[in-house]
Design a binder for this molecule. Sequence first.
Ligand code: AMP
Ligand code: MN
Ligand code: MN
Ligand code: MN
Length: 283
Amino acid sequence: MQSFDLHMHTNASDGSLPVAELIARAESNGVSLISITDHDHFVAYEQLAKLHRSSLEIIKGIEFSTLWSGVGIHILGYGCNAQHPSIKDLVAYQTQARWQRAELIAQKLEKRGACDVVTWLYGHSQQHYIGRPHFAQYLVDTGKTTSIQQAFKKYLGAGKVGDIKSNWATLEQVTTAICESGGMALLAHPAKYKMTNAKLKRLLIDFKALGGVGMEVVSGQQTNDVTQYLAELCNHHEFVASAGSDFHHPGRPWNEVGAQSPLPSHCDSILNYVTELQCNLHD
Ligand code: AMP
Ligand code: MN
Ligand code: MN
Ligand code: MN
């Protein structure tokens, strides 16, 4: 287990654990510094403010969905002031984008024989978060697919009918809002986009020009080859390097809280910036 983990989700987005249980899990795994990075909102931090203080150090985080060159890209924001108008507007925009997109995905699925998808969604989601995992659950519950994995493979994954990303804020809008609200913008899990090396390099150049300062060199448990490749890219672009599990659900050891592969020592670790990032958690 690593001593820090800066990427994880609660049940305020598409994870399964409430904030208190996620924190207890980090503590029992021996992790002493975390960031909760739910998709496109800070609701977990409102819940955190109501809990008894724990000894765990926490950096405020968020994972935004964006669109760059036709690819859905995730950007992590750390240390943002959640009350800053730029970030508040972006969170509101993304919430609305999620619901508009949900209606489009529902229409696509209904054309393929699904019924009353939107009604089902209203009964199974929260106002501040609706995402593809809800559709996956719908498809399983109604017997259209046998598993969540299969739902992504057939209907929701990259290039499939439910993979609608045109609604997201642009990479520029997201990076700018994170910077304006005092945060650091980092590219999440660069290896997951399955881009060519040339395209990934273009993304890193564009991201840096927009104000991006770092990238995840480690996401979950990954092979040494991937880690070395990403560490080289990170150093080449003079980026800060981060690491996180991207924990969503218990029972997946490769994404367990704190169980990500180690960050190479020759990177400029985000741990060097923790003091700057620890703004008031309850703002
Ligand atoms: P959205 O934010 O609505 O685009 O949904 C994306 C989320 O779906 C990701 O953050 C993952 O948690 C989840 N996801 C993506 N691909 C898969 C997959 N193949 N199997 C299970 N969950 C997935
Ligand atoms: Mn997710
Ligand atoms: Mn992501
Ligand atoms: Mn994530």
